[in-house]
Design a protein around this ligand. Structure first.
Ligand code: PXP
Length: 243
């Protein structure tokens, strides 16, 4: 079975619009863990627009029985400072620039392979598994074993877009299936993430042996939809006793 790692970035984004600590990141992490999530993911960006370094240190106390996955660009000093202290289960290395809206492509290893090698070695010496965020591109994936990384995370936005727009879906799904198979033949574990949701996840996971999906944006939006009715009823219960 594929593990779910819940990405809490969007919960932090909401929390950051007030200074009263709700929704609490650690409480949401505990709720996810209690519900069966096998991991918690965060992406502490340099501009601290959602997850802040303090959240990562707080989560370290809570995320003990499941995997803690920290994503980010290791070529930025702030990312390395955090992961050196926290030593998460998994570091997912992403080639995004500080002003990237959201991660939008995998590594170009023809360019960055040599720079990544010593970083990957250091992260592994801290005890973290290393996963590289990659496009479904067999040539690029063929370069991963030489970096020493144990896993890749397939950047699934093109699949999600094909699913949503009902265009080239089978062709794009097959590209991802081929990429995953190639990675597995090379001895790499395969994770996946970006824009996966309750509608498109089942088809994606017909690709064999996807080890983990990390999901944040849609899961948070779906939680709002699935939780609003119950919450509104709780408010009305209180108001029904009003004077
Ligand atoms: N994987 C990586 C590397 C990401 O940057 C993100 C978004 O933070 C995700 C997975 C999760 O994507 P989404 O929020 O669309 O579920």
């Amino acid at each position: 079975m594929t593990n779910l790692s819940v990405n809490l970035n969007k919960v932090a984004l909401l929390r950051n619009t007030r200074n009263i600590g709700i929704p609490s990141i650690t409480r949401m992490a505990q709720i996810c863990i209690d519900a069966g999530a096998k991991g918690i993911t965060v992406h502490p960006r340099p501009d601290q627009r959602h997850i802040r370094p303090g959240d990562v240190y707080d989560l370290e106390e809570v995320v003990t029985a499941v995997e803690f996955n920290i994503e980010g660009n290791p070529l930025e000093a702030s990312f390395m400072k955090i992961v050196r202290q926290v030593k998460p289960t998994q570091c997912t290395l992403v080639p995004d620039t500080p002003d990237t809206f959201t991660s939008d492509s995998g590594w170009d290893l023809t360019k960055d392979q040599e720079r990544l090698k010593p970083i990957i070695q250091e992260l592994q010496s801290l005890g973290s598994r290393v996963s590289l965020f990659m496009d479904a591109d067999i040539e690029q994936i063929s370069l991963v074993p030489a970096t020493g990384a144990e896993r890749i995370e397939l950047y699934t936005e093109p699949y999600a877009t094909a699913f949503r727009e009902k265009q080239n879906l089978e062709f794009i799904w097959q590209q991802f299936a081929n990429a995953a198979q190639k990675a597995q033949e090379l001895g790499l574990g395969v994770n996946a993430g970006h824009d996966l949701n309750l509608d498109n996840l089942a088809k994606f996971c017909t690709i064999p042996n996807i080890l983990e999906v990390s999901i944040g944006h849609a899961l948070t939006a779906e939680a709002l939809e699935m939780g609003f009715s119950h919450t509104v009823q709780e408010y009305i219960k209180i108001l029904s006793k009003s004077a």
